[in-house]
Ligand binder design. Structure first.
Ligand SMILES: *Cc1c(COP(=O)(O)O)cnc(C)c1O
Length: 417
């Protein structure tokens, strides 16, 4: 495949990104991003874009948002030193604890921000889609908090493997709509939610859960999730005595990772995104979009996607519902093309082993999604003894118990195992 960017072009785009100039006014991150949506959806997106421009950085809105993040979400989340993991790995490991945020993952940062925005824009109700169920729970909670009814679209495959979250959403007052079409996972749920949005674009606010889709969502979600990296950067300086040598985050649509990475782009820190390697390298066996995909349009955005030679989008596999998606946010496509961020993958088995190790070493039951980042960080440590590592601990694993019970716990007693 020929390089997507010339070297000088890549450097110029990276500099623009660090200066905060991307996306451009057309919603583009260099060659990626933009807005490829049917004519019927254009007014809805334009209305949202104008609303984001008017309110997101408005002082009054920011004041409301900061108060909710502090008092209701529980921010700042902790930065935790992991001494026993550090000893095992031979590196100095620090964890940014988004699992401690309200509802158990980073998704709440975005959900409460967009719910407040929906309120400002005068929407009467909110629709959302969900994969892992975490965004659905976060949306249901955030909508209850701001007093808006919420309807969550969810693929039936995900409903099954994330049953506790379906119950949680309903208890939080949301209506859960089962999606039987397409791959019956996140991609199909997004399509259905879009279809619903067209029917009443001014009354409905569409609360998208990751840094994906057409402009302005990748920008909006990045801005709301950047609180992770801003806090972590300062906490590393205060608690660890300096910035990390490397930061790891798992990548599904790419929201927790862009939230962690974006405020670190201008620093001398290696950034590594970790995708789902699933059960193997073949199309359909994984969700390693950036590692193995090619450019194309998915759900309104020009990005890297998993498709066959005819451009048919491929179904994906991952043990973690939150990473099981055949696209990725366009900003990650740019960051990969510029070489600033490296994207690798970890398999289902590696993620399960990493999850078990973290439980045993640090008493933290992390999400299966997050476990992929640990698996990669563990490998990296072998070649980089003594280095300081920051890991984005995107969520907690309680929601994964139905999956985890299929794998008996392995008690490790040998540090080198
Ligand atoms: C949803 C989810 C992810 C993946 O989504 P991103 O948008 O890539 O962050 C990762 N971790 C957890 C815990 C999740 O719930």
């Amino acid at each position: 495949m020929k390089p997507l960017l010339q070297a000088d072009e890549a450097q110029a785009l990276l500099d623009a990104s660090i200066r905060g100039e991307l996306p451009d006014e057309r919603g583009r991150f260099g060659p990626f991003g933009g807005r490829y949506v049917p004519e019927t959806l254009v007014p809805a997106f334009e209305r949202l874009e104008a609303g984001v421009r008017e309110h997101l950085h408005d002082a009054g809105f920011q004041q409301d948002l900061q108060r909710e993040l502090r008092e209701w979400v529980g921010r700042p989340t902790a930065l935790t030193h992991a001494p026993r993991l550090s000893e095992r790995w031979g590196t100095e490991v620090w964890l940014k604890r988004e699992d401690l945020a309200h509802t158990g993952a980073h998704k709440i940062n975005n959900a409460i921000g967009q719910a407040l925005l929906a309120k400002r824009l005068g929407a009467q109700r909110v629709i959302a889609e969900t994969g892992a169920g975490q965004h659905g729970v976060a949306s249901a909670a955030a909508c209850a908090r701001v007093g808006l009814p919420c309807c969550v679209y969810m693929g039936t495959v995900d409903m099954q493997r994330q049953a506790p979250n379906v119950d949680r959403m309903e208890r939080l007052g949301a209506e859960v709509v089962a999606v039987e079409t397409g791959d019956k996972t996140l991609r199909a749920a997004i399509d259905e939610a879009m279809r619903k949005w067209v029917t009443d674009p001014s009354g409905i606010y569409y609360l998208l859960g990751s840094a994906v889709g057409a402009h302005p969502y990748p920008y909006l979600v990045r801005e709301l999730q950047s609180v992770i990296g801003k806090e972590a950067r300062q906490q590393m300086i205060d608690q660890a005595g300096g910035l990390p040598d490397v930061a790891f985050a798992c990548v599904g649509g790419g929201s927790n990772s862009i939230g962690l990475f974006y405020p670190l782009l201008g620093d001398d820190i290696e950034l590594i995104g970790v995708e789902a390697g699933g059960t193997g390298d073949g199309l359909g066996q994984n969700a390693a979009t950036l590692a193995t995909g090619t450019p194309g349009v998915l759900q309104g955005s020009y990005t890297i996607i998993l498709q066959d030679d005819d451009g048919q989008v491929q179904e994906t596999h991952s043990i973690s519902a939150g990473l099981d998606y055949s696209g990725v946010g366009p900003e990650h496509a740019l960051l990969q093309a510029t070489g600033r961020v490296t994207y690798i993958s970890a398999t289902d088995d590696e993620a399960l082993a990493a999850l078990a190790e973290l439980c045993e070493a640090e008493g933290i039951l992390t999400a299966l999604e997050t476990a992929h980042a640990y698996a990669a960080a563990r490998e990296w440590s072998k070649d980089n003894p003594g280095k300081r590592i920051l890991i984005g601990n995107s969520g907690r694993g309680d929601k994964d118990m139905p999956t985890l019970t299929q794998y008996p716990p392995r008690i490790r007693t040998d540090a080198s195992a």
